[in-house]
Ligand binder design. Structure first.
Ligand code: FES
Length: 171
């Protein structure tokens, strides 16, 4: 769906949040409504939902990562989201972006062929004073350096390996 077809999305989110009394319990139902109507949950929508429900943006990203029926596009087991908003931009997010693309061998918006990692941009994660910030599923990493990115990815590669062995043994 092209961005011009998302007109009305912001208004819908505001209206739905107001209807729900801005209760954080409305998070999942609100995401489902959004998915149902627009067939996707763009990053700016997650940001707006966080504002409207007065919760941390990380919580919204976490829920969207957890429920695979949200956000439609097939995702890797680990969704890495790098904040591209101004504080993290100024703190050097471009260097991290290059490191992530090099380490994973994919561009932003893509998933590695083995299905392990999806790389995406995020808007402000509410960690601006500790930028650059990124998320791996719902885990936040702050003050990230390119060296740290490399280590984090290696950690997840190992975890995934163990998981794969465990699940094969279980069958
Ligand atoms: S600008 Fe990156 S966390 Fe706020």
């Amino acid at each position: 769906m092209a961005s011009h077809e998302l007109g009305g999305l912001n208004e819908d989110i505001r209206a739905w949040a107001a209807d729900s009394g801005r209760d954080r319990a409305a998070l999942l139902p609100l995401l489902q409504k959004l998915q149902g109507k627009y067939h996707q949950i763009p990053p700016h929508a997650m940001q707006l939902i966080a504002e409207q429900l007065d919760i941390h943006p990380v919580e919204v990203y976490g829920v969207v990562s957890f429920y695979s029926f949200l956000d439609h596009a097939p995702k890797g087991r680990y969704v890495i989201r790098l904040c591209r908003t101004i504080s993290c931009d100024m703190a050097g997010k471009d260097r991290l972006a290059r490191q992530l693309e090099n380490d994973l061998g994919v561009k932003f918006g893509q998933t590695t062929p083995d299905g392990k990692f999806t790389l995406e941009w995020a808007n402000c994660l509410g960690m601006c004073d500790q930028g650059p910030a990124m998320l791996v599923n719902d885990k936040v990493y702050s003050s990230v350096t390119p060296e740290k990115v490399h280590e984090i990815i290696e950690e997840y590669r190992k975890k995934f390996g163990v998981y794969a062995v465990e699940s094969m043994e279980g069958h």
